[in-house]
Design a protein around this ligand. Structure first.
Ligand SMILES: CC(C)(COP(=O)(O)OP(=O)(O)OC[C@H]1O[C@@H](n2cnc3c(N)ncnc32)[C@H](O)[C@@H]1OP(=O)(O)O)[C@@H](O)C(=O)NCCC(=O)NCCS
Length: 187
């Protein structure tokens, strides 16, 4: 199931061949620097199946981001419902991304996410798409800025799912893309 293609990339549902990469990106220390958990093989496999079913059933979720030439997965980029009462309106959709480190620094996430925001507006009729990150996750925040997403002043928040044992991972910043007002020509 292909969601969309760009010049270099394809966003699609997960295939059996992606399972190893999925495990890698959920336990690599550098990739997971801003997350309080590391997942075991078993937990990764459960999540892998959950993502796959969600995408198949609803069309939403964290899609595999793959090289268009060889179909090899590099990580994910997707649109998913987000449940953060007191932070986001009910039914809000977030855009999220995570790549294995060897694929950082090529503009892949910006290329995929830019098209995904357009797809969200044009095909899914979403007015707003949100993104959030730990306040000093500069690489992720740089993607949001490259995409022309707007920082929402006064909406910084402590993520309720980050345990108190990780105080430095609690504070998050919030960005929003308004799909009827895409001013950037990012990619
Ligand atoms: C966040 C993350 C996806 C960003 O990846 P990234 O590769 O830096 O992001 P982009 O795809 O936008 O690539 C931009 C970089 O590619 C470079 N680049 C190279 N070729 C490019 C091209 N053709 N077009 C655009 N940028 C290009 C840019 O100059 C930039 O490099 P820089 O960081 O040295 O300035 C990645 O760091 C990651 O997976 N982090 C761990 C997971 C995580 O924290 N996720 C977010 C949680 S909120």
């Amino acid at each position: 199931m292909i969601i969309l293609e760009t010049e270099r990339l394809v966003l699609r549902n997960w295939l059996e061949q992606d399972r190893y990469l999925f495990r890698e990106i959920n336990r690599d220390e550098k990739v997971m620097e801003f997350f309080p958990w590391r997942r075991s093989h078993e937990e990764c496999d459960i999540l892998f199946e959950k993502n796959r079913s969600m995408i198949a059933d609803t069309g939403l979720g964290f899609y595999a981001l793959a090289d268009r030439e060889n179909n090899e997965a590099m990580g994910f980029c997707g649109l998913a419902p987000v449940d953060l009462p007191n932070v986001l309106p009910e039914g809000a959709i977030e855009i999220g991304w995570r790549l294995a480190t060897r694929y950082w620094g090529h503009g892949y996430v910006t290329e995929a996410a830019w098209r995904l925001i357009k797809y969200g507006g044009e095909t899914l009729a979403l007015r707003s798409i949100y993104a959030f990150a730990v306040h000093n996750n500069h690489r992720s925040i740089a993607v949001m800025r490259r995409l022309g997403m707007h920082y929402m002043p006064g909406h910084d928040f402590d993520h309720p799912k980050v345990p108190d044992t990780h105080p430095r991972l609690k504070r998050h910043v919030l960005f929003r893309a308004e799909t009827d007002n895409l001013t950037t020509g990012a990619i």
